[in-house]
Design a protein around this ligand. Structure first.
Ligand SMILES: Nc1ncnc2c1ncn2[C@@H]1O[C@H](COP(=O)(O)OP(=O)(O)OP(=O)(O)O)[C@@H](O)[C@H]1O
Length: 242
């Protein structure tokens, strides 16, 4: 499998703080890879660099052999990268359908009017919100807001989806639903890089995991091996546990 996205010696400096230090990893087309690490280890900063929110201080991000390092977010989105945010971002005073139509209208091969509405309906079905398009976004429950946010990301027709703690804050039943939704994306061949603290989800979804600690990559391999790695256990639990 060839790499869809590959980060090479990626670094991000915030003043005197090195948030990401010489990180290398890749995600192949069709893979779901977890990006793990304790709080503050640099995971969201990596996602922010891949999606263009931050420019790298050094290193490269290759997407399907194009160098996208430091491009603005809309240009990276046009290459086929979409993301969700740690705190759900939706347009609260619009209906669910309008939220998705807006996303369809901002992508590279945008469509409007009836075509956009039809596509929005399909996306609502895909994320389990069939028939709910008329509801106001602000009235949705948390899991349904997450579904809508996912539909907005999918509206961009991404080749790579970046999910930043998309499953956090869900109750156990909702978590099962959320995991199943990501499984359905995997079955359709979507490539996903997933930042996640919920290990049940990581084990269920990810064939491979990359682990960061204090800005540096400390493990990269099959999920079960990585989660049993003593350096990883130590990074999560502190010295004395591995
Ligand atoms: N915009 C910023 N300006 C300054 N420092 C930042 C900025 N964004 C992140 N940092 C710092 O970079 C380091 C890595 O943060 P980051 O959010 O990437 O970690 P994380 O692994 O995603 O953590 P969490 O699991 O808590 O979300 C932290 O020390 C954080 O305080």
């Amino acid at each position: 499998m060839s790499a869809l996205v590959r980060v090479e010696k990626l670094r991000k400096q915030f003043g005197g703080l090195t948030a990401v230090n010489n990180v290398d990893f890749s995600v192949a087309e069709g893979e779901i890879v977890a990006l793990l690490g304790p709080n503050g280890s640099g995971k969201t900063t990596v996602i922010n660099m891949i999606s263009g929110a931050f420019a790298p201080t050094a290193g490269r991000i290759m997407f399907d052999e194009a160098d996208i390092s430091g491009l603005p977010p809309h240009r990276i989105a046009h290459h086929g990268v979409a993301r969700t945010f740690q705190l759900v971002r939706v347009l609260p005073s619009l209906s669910v359908r309008q939220n998705i139509v807006a996303a369809v209208a901002f992508r590279r091969d945008a469509v409007w009017g009836e075509e956009a509405e039809t596509e929005a309906e399909k996306l609502l079905v895909d994320v389990g919100l069939a028939g709910r398009g008329h509801e106001m976004a602000q009235d949705l429950t948390y899991i349904d807001q997450k579904r809508m946010e996912l539909a907005r990301a999918l509206a961009a027709r991404p080749r790579l989806l970046l999910l930043d703690e998309w499953l956090s804050g869900l109750n156990p039943t909702e978590l099962r639903v959320g995991i199943d939704l990501i499984v359905s994306l995997r079955e359709r061949g979507m490539t996903v890089l997933l930042v996640e603290h919920i290990m049940e989800a990581v084990r269920a979804l990810c064939s491979r995991a990359v682990v960061m600690n204090v800005g540096t990559k400390i493990a990269d391999g099959p999920t079960n091996d990585v989660l049993a790695d003593e350096h990883v256990v130590r990074a999560y639990l502190g010295e004395g546990h591995a």
